[in-house]
Design a binder for this molecule. Sequence first.
Ligand code: GLT
Ligand code: MN
Ligand code: MN
Length: 391
Amino acid sequence: MSADFQPKPEHKFTFGLWTVGSSGRDQFATMDPTRASMSPVELVRLLAEVGAYGVNFHDNDLIPIDATPAEAEKIKKEFKAVLKETGLVVPMATTNLFSSAIFKDGAFTANDPKVRAYALQKTMRAMDLGAEFGAKVYVFWGGREGTESDATKNPMEGLKHFREALNFLCEYSNSQKYGFKFALEAKPNEPRGDIFLPTTGAMLGFIQTLDHPEMVGVNPEFAHEHMAGLNFMHAVAQAWDAGKLFHIDLNDQNYARFDQDWRFGQQSWKQAFFLVKFLEDVGYSGSRHFDAHAFRTEDYEGVKDFARGCMRSYLIFKEKARQFNADKEIQGLLAEINEGDPAMDKFFGKFTPEKAAGLKAYTFDRNAIAARGMKYEKLDQLLTELMMGVR
Ligand code: GLT
Ligand code: MN
Ligand code: MN
């Protein structure tokens, strides 16, 4: 293999402060943190050391929720200095609308109007912060927007409130000339029993009901689609097809489990391969954001191993995709499988009454067509061997 798999700025590998900064506390609080917390400045230095391009943050990853204005200014100054020192950029920012107990019944969709108003205020302030650091993508992960019991909240009301909030915030971004693109991130459940708009496809449908659909796209997460037992690459393809792939969260996950947020490429090799191949083939040019955590068994050396592993695996899958596209036998099979049929051309394309009449009158040899072997077993085995390194 020719490639050296070293991350470079043009790969656009980014990490959230909350990812490499995870202290190893587990989801159900059954274990204390296993790593001491690192400051945002230290985390940026760690990311620079492993070769990342950028760093993303929630408002409170950088500035604690109870910080005084003077403390906030000091933190921002130090953070700007370390970005300058390391050359890292901030392509994306977001709001923490899930940690504080005020969000126990949701943020934009909470039943209490004071909570909904506070969520709007917090998001506007967090947008100001993100814009100050040059972020152009603004993510919305509504982890608390949902229910445990449908006796408590009408989903139609939830959708209405969420829509109103996004419409308000699009106008806020425009009024401030921030130029943000909003990216909505779906997750089926956890921390709520059910989260509204649980899949990327659901988000894509909802976006069309907003006042400014052109400003709003999606931030699909590998693990979240896998929690729902879905094919992540297909969700990403639908988002791309709709012109809505504004950002992406890469990690890994066993199907149908709690949110595991593992190192990219750790578990689902084939799914990760097809995802990377898709992104590279279509020429996706946004951030490759790793929204994952190191195992809680690790110290900060292990966190670096984790971060390096995410980027290295991405680049290895990218190289495998290149090999797949260059493999004569694989491409020959694909050409055969996708061979056209000139006799059928006249039936496709735009509807005309003549076409419809011609097609209705045509006689198909159904049994002969069905008898054709597709060679998919052979093709998939070639891919499997390519991935296993024996090809
Ligand atoms: C949280 C969540 C992620 C979201 C982050 C952005 S926060 O870690 O599990 O999937 O992308 O809000
Ligand atoms: Mn995510
Ligand atoms: Mn996740």
